[in-house]
Structure formats: C-alpha cells, structure tokens
Design a protein around this ligand. Structure first.
Ligand code: PGA
Length: 253
C-alpha cells in the first residue's frame, strides 16, 4: 500500500517564534481533526529543525524533514548541512532536487544522485523533486524530460533503496504562480513516471511508491488532485505557511 503524504515546504520563511507558533497550531489541528492513515511532514528551515522536532515528537502523523542536504558527508563546506546532521536532530526525510535548488544553486543531476545516496546511508527518506519548465511543457517532450531526471539521479539505486524514495512532481510553471496543473495534467505525468519506474524496477515496487504533486496546491484544488489514481499527496509551499490551509489540505484525501 502506498503512503498518503502531505509535506509542507516552508522554504526561507518564518522566524523562530513564527515557526514554533505555526508548528503548535498544526500539531493541535492534526491531533483534533486528522483521522486515517496520512503522513504529515514539516520541512522548516534548518535553524528550526530541532525545536520543531521537539514540538511534534510523539504526535501522531507528524514527521520532520530537511529542505536540502549537502552532497558531501562532512568537512570544510562553510554554511552547509549534512544528511547525518539532519538525522541527528530528528529528521526522517529530506527534500532533494527542488527546482529552486536546481535553478538558483545550479544543482546538477549527478550532485543530486550523491545527495540521495548520503540521505539513504543516513537513514533519511529522500523526497525527490522533479518537474519541467514552461518551455519544456510547450515542446511536447515534457514526459521524457522528467523521466530523464529520475533516471539520472535515482536509477543507480538498488530496488531496496529506490523503494524508500518519495517522488514529488512539481512543474516549475506551477510553483508559487497560482497556476496549478490540472488534475488531468498531474495524473498524466504521475502515471507516466510510475510506468517508467515499473519498467526499470517492476510493477510491484512502482505501485508502492508515493508520488506527490507540488505547485500552487491549496485547499480549493487539493481534493481534486488527490482524487487522481496516481497522485498520493502533495508537497506544499505557500499554503503550508498557514496552519488552517495546510491542515485542510491534509484532510483533502
Ligand atoms: P507552492 O510551492 O505550493 O508555493 O507552489 C510548492 C513547492 O515549491 O514545493
């Protein structure tokens, strides 16, 4: 059975007080309102991880994630954070390959493959992001483009490791733009990615993999997106910064 997952990517938002207030509200709302089998992941900025982790410790449904990790195990990389450090403050997940990292920090597929390896070695489940630009979408080869991203950064893994990955399909043209992919567009890509993974790793593994949608997801469109056969939840940016919106998305399955 694939996991249903909603992950909140706070990006570079929230001071400490704001982040802890948001977390407390989410803990309370999830405790009071969320039933059923859904995994809720919070990905705050690095500096909040330990404290957010303490607030969610012991709460049902809730897990902690980093937004990134370095592609080296440790050493002289000023300003960077390793997968082992994330694990040591209570993270179970790490977002890898977000389009903002690919674009603003020039992260390459090969670097992302190393990050994936280090995350897995340190007991973190990568939330691996993929997705095409508007230009690629308009060129009709968008499915092949996203499949290639998976191949370059994930297909070196043995099946036992690949099965621990969460995929997040995030069309770049939908991130933070208010322009959500339609449920048909999301379903088309998710089904294609699952088929591509099945061809490499077999049907059973692909069927059990969670594939999340990200890009302007909000309470108003989440129910329709999550109702798609191959959409197993969402990676939420803007709407994860408001407890009410975020928890309403969590309740959208
Ligand atoms: P958004 O961001 O929900 O603000 O579009 C999604 C993401 O980048 O993970």
């Amino acid at each position: 059975m694939r996991k249903k997952i909603v992950a909140g990517n706070w990006k570079m938002n929230k001071t400490q007080d704001e982040g802890l207030k948001l977390t407390s509200e989410i803990v309370n709302m999830v405790g009071d309102e969320v039933t059923g089998d859904v995994t809720v992941i919070l990905a705050p900025p690095f500096v909040h991880l330990a404290q957010v982790g303490r607030l969610i410790a012991g709460a049902d449904h809730l897990f902690l994630s980093g937004q990134n990790c370095n592609d080296h195990a440790g050493g002289a990389y000023t300003g960077e954070v390793s997968a082992a450090m994330l694990k040591s403050v209570g993270a179970d997940y790490v977002i890898i390959g977000h389009s903002e990292r690919r674009e603003y920090f020039q992260e390459t597929d090969a670097q992302l493959a190393k990050k994936v390896d280090l995350a897995l070695e340190n007991g973190l489940a990568p939330i691996f992001c993929c997705g095409e630009s508007l230009e690629t979408r308009e060129n009709d080869d968008y499915i092949a483009f996203v499949c290639q991203q998976l191949k370059e950064s994930l297909f070196h893994l043995p099946a036992a490791d690949l099965s621990k990955i969460v995929i997040a399909y995030e069309p770049i043209w939908a991130i933070g733009t208010g322009r959500t992919a339609s449920s048909e567009q999301a379903q088309e890509m998710h089904a294609a990615l699952r088929k591509y993974i099945a061809a490499q790793y077999g049907e059973e593994l692909a069927e059990n993999l969670s594939i999340l949608y990200g890009g302007s997801a909000k309470p108003a469109n989440a129910p329709e997106l999550f109702a798609c056969a191959d959409v197993d939840g969402g990676l939420i940016g803007g709407a994860s910064l408001q407890s009410r919106d975020f928890v309403d998305i969590v309740k959208s399955f």
